[in-house]
Design a protein around this ligand. Structure first.
Ligand SMILES: Cc1cc2nc3c(=O)[nH]c(=O)nc-3n(C[C@H](O)[C@H](O)[C@H](O)COP(=O)(O)O)c2cc1C
Length: 347
């Protein structure tokens, strides 16, 4: 057991050395200005703990207003796919609204989930929630770039019973299994039955998870490739980010990342130190190299000595050699030639 003297000495040392450090950090807390669209479009000044040492804005969700927290969350969890949800009321009324708290969660059974949140102002619920509670059915239509303005118009809070297909100028199509209508313009339409609704809270901003079982999928032929798979370049899908930002999955925004399936890459921690601590190779570059099972054989690396650029590096200043080889390897990695990059690094 610790003697009382040592125990008291410990407390005193803590006071002397640890406390000033903590106070110092808190003293560096900064006020930040940020735009708050909910509060009459004015700049609101809020005190948020800002830890200088880490250059990170650190937020305690219990100390910030819900609309502000909402913006930080939706700008971080982004881009989010958009479910353009069509429902029908028990009275036969037609409803259509976009929901980006949405994703796919299971393929067998095929389940997708979206969340219809309680409104922050007024703490009321939305028409879509009422309809799925009453009827247990919906159609989730996927949004492409061609219909973004129509989707946005359909998000307006029209009174219950207003048909947003008409408001947004979209074409209703009968479904095969469920009553709600499909959006003809949508490249993919999923007919769903509602398996469960989970209420996440009773305050404004609380979500209601609507777990949907997909019972039919309709995919426009024009977005398929020759193998019958969805071609992302043809689908031209959009996703929602924070505030009024969206993004379009097309052109150079789409890229392929070869996945090292079934290959147990050696991992960054097993790379030779000179490579792992390189000032030139980035974290991404190291991961590309570390996806290989093992270092290349010495013999295999010999061939690269005949490479013109390698020859000129080897003939030049010895001190610059490593830097230039790393630079060359980086360029090779950035163009996807990891195998050659390895050989260059192992010379
Ligand atoms: C792109 C986009 C995504 C949205 N995502 C959500 C969401 O995930 N959850 C939510 O409650 N409201 C979301 N909204 C707001 C609803 O669409 C809006 O409140 C709508 O009026 C609800 O319609 P309803 O009452 O007919 O269901 C989103 C709006 C837009 C434009």
């Amino acid at each position: 057991m610790k003697s009382p003297f040592l125990y008291l000495l410990g407390i005193e040392l803590k006071k002397q050395f640890v406390k000033p450090f903590v106070t110092n950090r808190v003293n560096q807390a900064k006020s930040i200005d940020y735009f708050n669209p909910v509060h009459n479009n004015q700049f609101a000044q809020k005190k948020v703990l800002y830890l200088n040492q880490k250059n990170m804005l650190t937020i305690d969700p219990t100390k910030i207003e819900t609309p502000d927290l909402h913006q930080y969350i939706i700008s971080s969890v982004a881009p989010r796919p958009i479910a353009f949800v069509s429902t029908m009321g028990a009275d036969g009324s037609i409803n259509l609204a976009p929901y980006s708290f949405f994703n796919a969660f299971s393929s067998n059974p095929p389940l997708v989930i979206f969340s219809s949140n309680r409104k922050v102002r007024g703490n009321t619920t939305k028409d879509t929630l009422k309809n799925v509670e009453d009827t247990g059915e919906c159609v989730i239509n996927i949004v492409n770039y061609k219909m973004v303005h129509q989707m946005s118009l359909a998000s307006v809070e029209y009174p219950y019973g207003v048909n947003e297909f008409e408001k947004a100028g979209l074409t209703p199509l009968p479904s095969e299994i469920v009553k709600p209508l499909r959006v003809k313009e949508a490249p993919v339409q999923m007919e769903c039955t509602v398996r469960e609704i989970i209420k996440l809270g009773s305050k404004g901003g609380a979500g209601n998870l609507i777990i949907c079982q997909v019972v039919r999928i309709h995919i426009r032929e024009a977005i398929l490739n020759e193998k019958g798979r969805i071609d992302p370049f043809k689908a031209d899908l959009v996703a929602r980010m924070g505030r009024h930002y969206y993004c379009r999955a097309n052109g150079s925004a789409i890229f392929e990342l070869p996945q090292p399936v079934n290959i147990l890459g050696m991992g960054v921690h097993n790379l030779p130190e000179a490579i792992r601590l390189s000032n030139i190779l980035t974290g991404n570059n190291l991961a590309q190299l570390a996806s290989f099972i093992s270092l290349p054989e010495e013999e295999a690396c010999e061939v690269v000595k005949a490479d013109e650029r390698v020859m000129s590096i080897l003939a030049g200043n010895l001190q610059e050699k490593e830097k230039q080889l790393h630079q060359y390897a980086k360029e090779l990695l950035d163009t996807g030639d990891a195998e050659k990059a390895w050989k260059v690094l192992m010379i």
